[in-house]
Design a protein around this ligand. Structure first.
Ligand code: AMP
Length: 424
């Protein structure tokens, strides 16, 4: 019997939110952390992106704040993250999981105008997700009062220390009330992390999950090497040959998203682009048409795709690989949910190959490389050899040496295991 979210003691509004995200059952970190956090325990969690760690703390936190119901203008939960991308991501998940509750959450980070953040804080928030520098800035200006924090979460503590945030963390800790629940998540446990954990966790539940990635397990992933200029032609071919009805395609830039959507439209494929330069109304319209099936292909940048409430996509395409490995995991996390099979396709030009390594390290596995007939990397591209060497350790083989899949039949010549072995 598969465990369910309501067996973990979560209220129906939260269970409903996980169902609409397409989650069939809790991941190991969720199964262990949720009951401990609901119980009020401190937690020391060993987990990295891709294990479902965000929901592991977000769901019980939302439940606790909701049931205690005290409305204060001051934050009652503080999540510290090392980067603004992660802060935005956590903030979006708080909104997505909490959509049937009436708690308020906000995200603050540096590098952007502080005034809108001040205004949001003035209106009152229950959950504040922050990077350390901007938080201390706001606290220094007396724009945020952390004296009502009941739950403090340090996310990706190892990265925090790597980025030199230790003093900032200590400064933040001094602003918090003494009595509170503390959660610390980290992918690795160095001596420094242990020291930090000793400092502010009290008798924590120790939860460690294997280096295992849900995304990596449930999603059929493939890399197609292709010349930069041929990417869009290959994408159109994959859509046609595979008779794709719905796919989310990621590009790195807004401009790239527009151009690609235009190209697909011109080739008879219904497509729309969503990105930061589009009005909220235009984005909502594009999303609605995509959901209804009027538009087959939604082209999006990472930021625009955050928090998009779309479930169970059969195909996710990395038209460009993301610069940050975690973004890859979040992109492909949009397919293969709830037991549905999903496919994540990455179109990788020679200059992007260097981005594959950190992604594979995060996934804990190699991604299969398959050349689509007629679409090997552009021979005029001087970097082509590099790609071949990188994927086939031990030989400068021709691209034909890869497992190549005939797109018309969808059959693979090599099993993924064989390819992985060949790829080292
Ligand atoms: P995280 O490790 O929190 O960064 O989450 C990685 C990805 O896993 C996200 O795309 C989540 O939407 C997804 N996810 C989280 N929990 C589950 C679950 N129980 N089942 C399936 N996917 C999940």
């Amino acid at each position: 019997m598969m465990m369910t979210f309501d067996q973990l003691g979560l209220r129906p509004e939260l269970v409903k939110a996980t169902a609409s995200q397409g989650y069939a059952s809790p991941t190991p970190i969720q199964a262990q952390a949720i009951p401990a956090i609901l119980d009020g325990r401190d937690v020391l969690g060993g987990a990295q992106t891709g294990t479902g760690k965000t929901a592991a703390f977000a769901l019980p936190v939302l439940q606790k704040l909701n049931q205690e119901g005290r409305r204060s203008r001051r934050p009652r939960c503080l999540v510290l993250t090392p980067t603004r991308e992660l802060a935005a991501q956590v903030g979006e998940f708080m909104k997505v999981y909490g959509k049937h509750l009436s708690l308020r959450s906000a995200v603050v980070f540096g590098g952007v105008n502080i005034n809108p953040q001040i205004n949001t804080l003035k209106r009152g928030v229950d959950i504040l997700v922050a990077t350390p520098g901007r938080l201390l800035d706001l606290a220094g200006q007396k724009m945020v009062d952390l004296s009502a924090v009941e739950i403090f979460i340090l996310d990706e503590a190892d990265r925090m220390l790597d980025m030199g945030f230790i003093h900032d963390i200590k400064r933040v800790l001094k602003l918090l009330p003494g009595k509170r629940q503390n959660l610390l998540f980290s992918a690795t446990f160095s001596e420094d992390i242990k020291k930090l954990a000793d400092k502010f966790l009290a008798n924590p539940a120790m939860i460690e999950v294997a280096r295992k990635n849900i995304a990596a397990e449930k999603v059929d992933q493939v890399v197609h090497p292709v010349g930069l200029k041929d990417k869009r032609v290959l994408l159109a071919k994959l859509i046609h040959d595979g008779n794709w009805q719905q796919a989310l395609v990621f590009t790195r830039t807004k401009h790239g998203a527009n151009r690609l959507a235009g190209y697909l439209e011109k080739n008879g494929i219904g497509a729309a682009a969503i990105h930061g330069n589009k009005s909220q109304a235009a984005r909502t319209r594009a999303l609605a048409e995509f959901k209804k099936g009027k538009v087959q292909i939604l082209v999006a940048t990472d930021i625009a795709a955050r928090g998009l409430d779309i479930d169970r996509l059969p195909h996710v395409v990395n038209f460009d690989l993301p610069n940050v490995a975690e973004d890859y995991v979040h992109r492909i996390g949009r397919t293969g949910r709830a037991g549905c099979s999903g496919e994540a396709v990455s179109l990788v030009s020679a200059d992007e190959q260097k981005l594959l390594r950190p992604i594979e390290r995060l996934l804990g596995r190699k991604i299969d490389v398959e050349v689509v007939d007629g679409f090997a990397q552009n021979p005029a591209d001087k970097n082509e050899e590099t790609f071949v060497n990188f994927t086939r350790k031990g030989g400068r083989g021709k691209t034909g040496g890869f497992s190549s899949r005939s797109r018309s039949t969808g059959k693979r010549r090599n099993s993924p295991g064989e390819v992985r072995a060949a790829a080292g």
